[in-house]
Design a protein around this ligand. Structure first.
Ligand SMILES: [Zn+2]
Length: 63
């Protein structure tokens, strides 16, 4: 399993990479249900998740 940073919002380590669609990956937090930016590859999704802590607003799922 690829390493994913702890949640930048609630600091829970209970985060995981999920596959949304064929070329859509995102990290989600099981603690606060936050989800990171969608990316076309898992590594990118994990990287953007790590950077999400610099943003003030959560990125919530559209569905
Ligand atoms: Zn969280």
């Amino acid at each position: 399993m690829r390493h994913v940073d702890p949640c930048p919002f609630c600091h829970s380590p209970d985060t995981k990479l999920i596959k949304i669609d064929r070329h859509e990956w995102a990290v989600v937090c099981n603690g606060c249900r936050a989800s990171g930016p969608i990316a076309n590859i898992p590594a990118k999704a994990a990287e953007q998740w790590s950077h999400a802590r610099q943003q003030s607003d959560k990125v919530l799922p559209e569905r």
